[in-house]
Design a protein around this ligand. Structure first.
Ligand SMILES: Cc1ncc(COP(=O)(O)OP(=O)(O)O)c(N)n1
Ligand SMILES: Cc1ncsc1CCOP(=O)(O)O
Ligand SMILES: [Mg+2]
Length: 283
């Protein structure tokens, strides 16, 4: 498996035998990288969580259980209510080392005090989002095809920090996202210069196949939101990902956790993975 969670200064130089397409810009000075741990990425759904208080409770319980990244996603709240909820999540996450990203509403990242945003193919273009966010914020982009990856690369690899690819499986959370399947997700991972998380119907059973194709994490809504025991549901995902990657689960949800946006030291050791993916080894 490729060591995609390395901090920029720790990233290996490209292998001399790497395929040209797999080398990308790993040379020092080729562009700044904002490190982000995608391992178990919680995307919130207000309805599934039972309302805004439920979103706050879900994040409060999921983070100590090992969620590594949180996205606030709600297509219905007014901007004012969205900001109010986002600020509550900032408070919950304060001191945990787990970043908060904002779905779609890039203009609210600043007012909320979040660490970045996630945009899709039909949302704000990534160059505009990056211009609004500044160089240090985390920016994720949804992609469904290798062509989407090529188009994003053409705009500049420094614009984006990770890709979300899906829907892996059809899902009631976003029915219109379809059902890409593992082979299509793998085709995106294969050409991506960025870390990739899969989304859409992702469950603990997907951890092994996703790790095997070189994915960097699992992004979930309903596998956590609305579950009767949020912490137990989260731990199932965290443990499955840990088993699949061979990287010990690091529970970042405490004040001594990793710095915001940085991968845990354990995740920086590519030799820890039992699923080496040779074609990804140079990334
Ligand atoms: C991690 C992650 N991946 C994909 C998406 C989907 O984004 P998008 O296609 O813009 O759809 P909406 O979420 O805005 O409905 C995501 N939000 N997060
Ligand atoms: C936001 C999003 N983008 C593609 S599928 C999806 C929803 C994922 O939700 P779930 O984990 O409940 O299938
Ligand atoms: Mg969107």
């Amino acid at each position: 498996m490729r060591p995609a969670m390395l901090r920029s200064e720790d990233r290996p130089m490209p292998r001399s035998d790497a395929q040209p397409d797999a080398q990308f810009d790993r040379q020092p000075g080729a562009g700044r990288r904002r490190s982000v741990d995608l391992s178990v990425y919680l995307v919130t759904d207000t309805e599934q969580c039972g309302g805004v208080d439920g979103v706050v409770r879900t994040v409060r319980e999921a983070v100590p259980a090992g969620v590594t990244l949180v996205q606030l996603r709600d297509h219905h709240l007014s901007d004012d209510d969205f900001v109010a909820l986002g600020r509550r999540l900032v408070d919950v996450l304060d001191g945990t080392g787990v970043p908060l990203l904002i779905d779609d509403r890039v203009h609210l990242v600043g007012p909320i005090g979040a660490q970045g945003a996630h945009v899709g193919q039909d949302d704000m273009p990534i160059d505009r989002a990056r211009a609004m966010l500044g160089p240090d914020a985390i920016l994720g982009l949804s992609t469904q095809t290798p062509g989407h990856v090529a188009a994003a690369r053409a705009m500049g690899e420094q614009l984006v920090d990770y890709l979300g690819v899906g829907a892996l499986h059809s899902t009631g959370t976003k029915p219109e996202a379809g059902d890409l399947g593992m082979a299509t997700v793998a085709s995106v991972v294969e050409v991506s210069p960025w870390p990739v998380c899969a989304i859409g119907g992702v469950k603990a059973d997907d951890a092994a196949p996703l790790a095997a194709i070189g994915c960097d994490g699992m992004s979930v809504v309903s596998a956590i939101c609305g579950q009767p025991d949020i912490a137990a549901a989260t731990r199932r995902l965290v443990d499955a990902w840990s088993r699949a990657t061979g990287v010990p689960a690091t529970h970042t949800g405490h004040a001594e956790g990793n710095p915001v946006g940085q991968a845990s030291p354990a995740r920086q050791d590519p030799s820890a993975s039992p699923n080496p993916s040779p074609d990804k080894a140079a990334r």
